[in-house]
Design a protein around this ligand. Structure first.
Ligand code: 2AM
Length: 169
């Protein structure tokens, strides 16, 4: 099964992301919009791996304190993917770094490209330029992250949460 590790959002961030997608739609941008229930911030992408319980057990070693995450601007990877950015303290990066460290130590494969926090909003947008977007002020306290499996559905991907790892209180 295809696995990845990500942070889920609270309703404030989810609504703000939906508002950004709405603004893109109002700007007559077509394309493959991420489904509302699929919005997340990926910390590590494992890919095909058959033993999710071992991944969860490995992730139990990660220690982090609650931290604040806020929505930042919007950006793009080339012309194919438009995303929303976030602002977060070092704790986000050190949590991602720990996850990668423990996955490597446990011989669990993962995509080793540099961690580049982003929330994909649309793939293959129909126009080259993004319209003017107002970014709503939205924030949350991150107290856990989750292991997800990803399956190709009839319409886009379906993500299923397999377990969560909580912060130190
Ligand atoms: P993306 O939105 O930029 O594609 C599930 O696919 C999640 O894992 C997405 O957030 C995706 O980021 C991320 N991801 C990271 N590396 C990936 C890879 N090599 N292949 C597919 N998804 C990857």
């Amino acid at each position: 099964m295809r696995l990845f590790i990500a942070i889920k959002f609270n309703s404030a961030i989810n609504s703000a992301l939906l508002s950004i997608q709405e603004q893109m739609k109002r700007g007559n941008i077509g394309g493959k919009y991420s489904k509302p229930e699929n919005l997340h911030l990926t910390l590590a992408f494992v890919g095909e791996y058959g033993t999710p319980d071992y991944v969860l057990e490995t992730l139990e070693q990660v220690r982090f304190r609650p931290f604040e995450l806020a929505l930042g601007g919007v950006g793009s990877f080339g012309s194919r993917t438009w995303w929303a950015g976030i602002t977060a303290p070092d704790e986000l990066h050190s949590t991602a770094a720990q996850i990668r460290h423990y996955l490597a130590e446990a011989d669990i494969p993962f995509d080793r490209r540099k961690f580049s926090p982003h929330i994909t909003l649309i793939r293959e947008p129909s126009k080259p330029a993004m319209p003017e977007i107002v970014i709503p002020d939205a924030r949350m306290t991150v107290e856990e992250f989750s292991l997800f499996r990803s399956d190709r559905g009839k319409i886009g991907m379906n993500y299923t949460e397999l377990g969560t790892i909580g912060c130190e209180l």
